[in-house]
Design a protein. Structure first.
Length: 697
């Protein structure tokens, strides 16, 4: 049989290698054994090929013949056509060497036929013991699938990576072999899943089947986690905090209809976070498609959140869009959002109520804070005048009670006292109807907390949904212009309306028509003013961008970067100088991440083993306690590598390292230190086919 290899490649050397380099390469390659799952027969055939390559290249006459053949191939069209003739018994050894060289696709191309129609040739015994050979071939192909998947993962080809991993997994399941390798592949598939979801959901609308596959994968993750804010383990490596960021990122790839279906279903778990996201989707669809029934559903869903957090602004916007202007004004007065209220009052000067400012705020909020998070609405314009001018909207609003179906004394409900209900369609009341506050404690709160730093570094999250803890329970609150603070006690507070006061009720049709005319007039005037404001702002600050002008989200530049644990560090293979360089650079990057602002130590276990792993985990905890972070700059060059002659799973690498350290005690710039051209000897060990750093001097 002929195999696409040459003797130099078998030893991992260039044609210019010296006799000493040949000897050293043969020795190193012989000592470096493949994974422990391989049979002794596979290891022996690999060693035979190494010995054969060394014997040929050590003989000057044979080497000259080999060199002439290889040089002749350089002038042919297929310069990679170098092959050697091997005995059938060396099949598995050749596959092993190709895999060690990273030729994973070649391994699949050569090895797969022996597992299908060519299986009989294995069973006839000409390659060796059929049972052992089949097991080794299956293992080699599965490992090639694993490494090919990881390679494609790192290249950002997430679906291709999943296909390679699943191919290897299905092969092992079919043959019932190597449960440990199966588990390794499955672990990668779990960690790859968030990336696949983003890639699939970002596809064009005409690739509907693939996008639906992305939604199915997302629902699988949600089911395993127990919801957006659940504590179940989906094996992705994402914490609750990470998963909230992931959900925020993928929203931009979903339509309003897709988000509505997804988050309404999730809100029934129940989930406060999903409820709030469902409100966003219902509001967006209801306004964009002129479907006030959806806005009414959003308003009712906000009642679930009202006793836990301040959602009065959202409730006020919903009431406004339903033409319930009295309720919109009343609920607005209860909001504690200082800056939005100041904006609304400023734009309502000269008016007997806050409706002009509320109209302007609502339109801007929908345009800049709501629409950008839906792939089908990101470029749509939010215009109140178009919404209220729609005849179907007017017809629907005419059927609604002008003052809202349910008016709640939110100021008391937030203090946990009472929940009041007022039916405004009843002309005469029989006194107040006070009922116990509705128990919404069953709604599972999001336990994740986004700090001020998190919000600063994740602009999309700040723009739409903020998750902040409050007494151990998380709140999902809307993004608005940043708050300067709550109103102080010496500032005038708006009192809750007197629900027992008589209500003078005008005939419904006349009153409704009057408010619709007023809203249309306000929205038209406000729209002209808004355009003027934006034009002036563009002139004064030409570098600023509105949400509509923002650069679209791209998969290779995600709005939210997932945690590094979701992508493995691959340091497998025989120890060489490039691999040692990669291992040391991975350690220095992990140190930079761990000791930086985020104190992210997730990569330490990927590059270190004890005793250094435990030592640097302690260093990380101590640095966090001292409120100190360090910025590192590194330069490293590996000068030599030596594999232990007695233990092929241990090696030392000598490197020249330059390190600059910038200290930030309490977040403030401090001392700067540097070490130039340090000579460092690293001790590396191979565990589970991955090289890790054990110690250094």
């Amino acid at each position: 049989m002929r195999i696409p290899l040459d003797y130099y490649r078998i030893l991992g050397l260039p044609m210019q290698a010296t006799a000493d380099q040949l000897k050293q390469a043969h020795r190193d390659r012989t000592l470096q054994l493949p994974r422990r799952e391989y049979s002794e027969a596979a290891i022996a055939t690999r060693r035979d090929l190494l010995d054969q390559a060394y014997a040929v290249l050590s003989d000057p006459h044979q080497r000259k013949t080999v060199d002439e053949k290889l040089l002749g191939l350089q002038y042919e069209e297929d310069a990679d056509a170098a092959t050697i003739e091997l005995d059938d018994q060396h099949l598995i050894g050749a596959l092993l060497i190709l895999q060690e060289l990273g030729e994973y696709e070649l391994v699949l191309k050569i090895g797969r036929p022996y597992l299908s129609s060519g299986t009989s040739s294995i069973r006839d015994g000409r390659f060796g013991d059929p049972r052992i050979v089949l097991s080794d071939v299956v293992l080699t192909i599965a490992l090639a699938c694993l490494e090919l998947g990881r390679e494609q993962w790192q290249q950002g080809q997430y679906e291709n990576a999943a296909e390679a991993l699943e191919t290897g997994q299905e092969l092992l399941l079919r043959e019932g072999l190597f449960a440990g390798v199966r588990g390794e592949i499955q672990s990668d598939l779990y960690k790859l899943r968030p990336y696949r979801i983003l890639e699939l959901l970002a596809l064009p609308d005409d690739e509907e089947s693939d996008r639906q596959q992305g939604l199915r994968l997302l629902k699988d993750m949600l089911r395993e986690r127990g919801g957006i804010d659940g504590t179940g383990n989906d094996q992705s490596g994402l914490s609750i905090d990470d998963f909230l960021r992931f959900i925020q990122q993928l929203r931009g790839y979903l339509t309003a209809e897709e988000q509505q279906a997804l988050f309404e279903e999730e809100s029934r778990r129940p989930s406060a976070v999903a409820t709030y996201l469902a409100v966003y989707a219902l509001l967006a669809r209801g306004f964009a498609d002129h479907q006030p029934a959806l806005i009414r559903r959003a308003k009712l869903m906000l009642l679930r959140l009202g006793s836990r957090q301040d959602v009065h602004l959202e409730q006020s916007v919903c009431a406004l869009l339903l033409g319930q202007t009295e309720e919109a004004s009343r609920v607005l007065e209860l909001s504690q959002e200082y800056e939005p209220l100041a904006f609304i009052r400023e734009n309502s000067q000269g008016s007997p109520d806050l409706l002009p400012g509320l109209c302007l705020y609502s339109e801007r909020w929908l345009q800049d804070e709501v629409f950008p998070h839906f792939r089908d609405l990101a470029k749509r314009e939010a215009l109140l005048k178009d919404y209220f001018a729609d005849e179907q909207v007017q017809s629907y609003l005419e059927e609604l009670p002008a003052d809202g179906e349910v008016v709640t004394d939110w100021s008391l409900a937030e203090r946990g006292l009472v929940h009041r209900e007022l039916n405004s369609t009843i002309a005469s009341r029989n006194g107040r109807s006070a009922i116990a506050e509705e128990n919404i404690g069953g709604y599972r709160s999001a336990t994740a907390t986004l700090t001020a730093t998190d919000v600063t570094t994740v602009p999309a999250l700040e723009r739409s949904t903020k998750f902040a803890s409050n007494g151990g329970e998380a709140r999902a609150t809307p993004s608005r212009p940043p708050r300067k603070g709550r109103p102080r006690s010496n500032q005038p507070r708006h009192q809750a309306p007197d629900y027992d006061a008589p209500i003078a009720k005008a005939p419904r049709e006349n009153r409704r028509s009057r408010w619709l005319v007023l809203l249309l007039g306000i929205s038209i005037a406000m729209g002209l003013g808004f355009l003027l404001i934006r034009a002036l702002r563009a002139i004064m600050n030409p570098s600023s961008q509105t949400a509509n002008d923002a650069i679209p989200v791209q998969l290779d530049q995600p709005v939210v970067h997932l945690q590094p644990v979701a992508q493995p560090v691959s340091l497998s293979g025989d120890m060489t100088q490039p691999l040692a360089q990669k291992a040391i650079e991975a350690w220095l990057d992990a140190k930079k991440l761990a000791m930086g602002k985020t104190y992210d130590g997730s990569k330490l276990s990927q590059v270190l083993v004890d005793p250094k792993l435990s030592e640097w985990q302690r260093n990380l905890e101590e640095t966090k306690r001292e409120n100190l972070h360090i910025d590192y700059d590194h330069a490293v060059k590996v000068q030599s590598v030596e594999v232990s002659p007695t233990n092929p799973n241990q090696a030392t690498a000598k490197a020249s390292v330059t390190e600059v350290r910038k200290y930030f005690p309490g977040g403030q710039p401090g001392e700067v230190q540097s070490d130039r051209d340090m000579s460092v000897r690293y001790t590396l060990v191979r565990q589970d086919n991955q090289w890790r750093i054990k110690d250094w001097q």
